[in-house]
Write a protein that binds this ligand. Sequence first.
Ligand code: MAN
Length: 360
Amino acid sequence: MTVRPQIGVRRSPLNPLVTPADVKPSFPDWEVLGAFNAGVAECDGEIVLLLRVAERPRQTDPGKVLVPVMRADADGFHDAAVRIVELDRRDPDLDFSDQRVVKNRRGETIWLTSISHLRVARSRDGERFTIDERPTVVPAGPLETWGIEDPRITKIDGRYYVTYSAVSEKGVAVGLLSTDDFRSFRREGTILAPTNKDVVLFPERIGGKYMMVHRPVPEGIGKPEMWIAESPDLIHWGNHRFLMGLSASGWESARIGAGCVPIRTDEGWLLLYHGADRSHRYCMGAALLALDDPGRVIARTAEPIMVPEAKYETDGFFGGVVFACGAIVRDGLVTMYYGVSDESTASATFRLDDVFNLLK
Ligand code: MAN
């Protein structure tokens, strides 16, 4: 059964807007696998994408898998900073069936097949992007040796705050950066311990507190569902509350997580989020949270607002994925930027009113 999106979603005719072929690898003998799951902001009259660029050494020997990892004490992204782990494709103890990761026989992820950094792309029209030649933010320290991923950007009091996944053998934690111009960044540290992902910050204080939606991944008891927390300073987070959970079956029955920064509307905070089923098909849905208490869910979409349908969404490095990390809203029209198939970046527009009709 295919679930059709119920609202008028217009995909850009230029999709995908950014592909791996558009991005220069960090090293001459590397290849870019993905330029996707980008954070989005408006800065100095331009649309800025902070792309997740996933890359690896070119794999020349079909019998080997070369895994790149950063050294924990590296100072920057250069040859000596990266260690290449050579794995034997025929090793009976290793499982390469998920192209994103390497697992052992117990099903535990022991390596990622690529390392990600963040790279700026800029555009005047929101569709034609100029991508920086060099990485903008690179992994650093013991908690980022496997890379940094999936940034979300929130402008608060005139400064941009970037939350991202910090990946290492210690797990997936959440890091925070801040910037005024997307040229120089300040590291604000690790704000959530593993395993946590998909953090979006609200663009203003509510009841005097900064707020975030986050997505822990409980082991054994509990499921990957959305939580909400608050902070006096964006660094220390507390008063964690459960926000919303999985459905029993269907498109959001395996995991959900926040996508774009919550959009303030008269009716409440509109949260665009992703939901996946057990076959790892990722769709986008929406929820409406109370303006004065975003821990209260007013409504959510029973059906997704967007499902992987276009060829670039169904086929690719990891097909069947639409995954948004940011959007621009102008005059009731949402332009959502989203990763497709863990490979490229696309955009789609839809009306806020159409989403509200689905929520009512
Ligand atoms: C999952 C996928 C990968 C990602 C890792 C670590 O396996 O989302 O794309 O690299 O988690 O975050």
